[in-house]
Ligand binder design. Structure first.
Ligand code: M6P
Ligand code: ZN
Length: 190
């Protein structure tokens, strides 16, 4: 793949809110966009805001360029489960990704197709490395918005279908004392 020539540019991120200047069109995910991903959706509203993604585009979808984005996950739960992203494998499985925590408290849930699991902390200043082959989902376990910045390879692509069909091996739920518990996902299937 040849290197695509691009022009240098600068964007600005507000570290507290995740807002980007110049402002891109946000990708908005409500509960209605995530049906089937939570364990207990009884009585929930289609328009419950879960998260937004703001992308700083890279000029070409190739393996020489690095698009990046902020994600803002609202605090809250669906049943006992904390608000989270859909989660995905990369369509090109070996493509890696970097997450930088900006605001709030979260967990980065990762899993391989063999069912290996990792749960890493996310808070201001954390740098999470997502190796190739690991599906990734971020989870807001705090009382404030979880804001993080992600950088990925331009041609990585999104495979949401595998997670929609199989789920992650574990779920992150609020326990009876108000803490964070990692429990086996009864609906997980490999
Ligand atoms: C991070 C990156 C993005 C991703 C977003 C939301 O910002 O990994 O590529 O789109 O999180 O996650 P998802 O696409 O799984 O909803
Ligand atoms: Zn990714």
């Amino acid at each position: 793949m040849s290197t695509t020539q691009t022009t240098p540019f600068t964007a600005t991120i507000d570290l507290a809110s995740g807002a980007i200047d110049p402002a891109p069109e946000p990708t908005v995910r409500t509960l209605g966009h995530m049906r089937g991903l939570y364990q207990d959706e009884a009585g929930t509203a289609e328009d419950q805001l879960i998260y937004r993604v703001l992308e700083i585009p890279a000029p070409a979808n190739d393996n020489s360029n690095l698009p990046s984005s902020t994600t803002i996950i609202e605090p809250g739960r669906v049943g006992r489960e904390f608000h989270m992203t859909k989660g995905h494998f990369h369509a090109i499985r070996e493509r890696a990704e970097i997450y930088v925590g900006l605001s709030g408290e979260g967990r980065l849930l990762m899993a391989t197709e063999d069912g290996e699991v990792a749960v890493e902390p996310m808070r201001p200043g954390t740098v999470n490395y997502v190796p190739g082959g690991w599906a990734h989902r971020s989870v807001n376990v705090g009382d404030e918005p979880l804001v993080f910045y992600a950088v990925y390879i331009g041609d990585a692509g999104y495979d949401y279908g595998t997670i929609e069909e199989q789920g992650f091996p574990v779920v992150l739920v609020q326990d009876d004392e108000g803490g964070v518990a990692v429990e086996p996902n009864p609906r997980y299937r490999r």
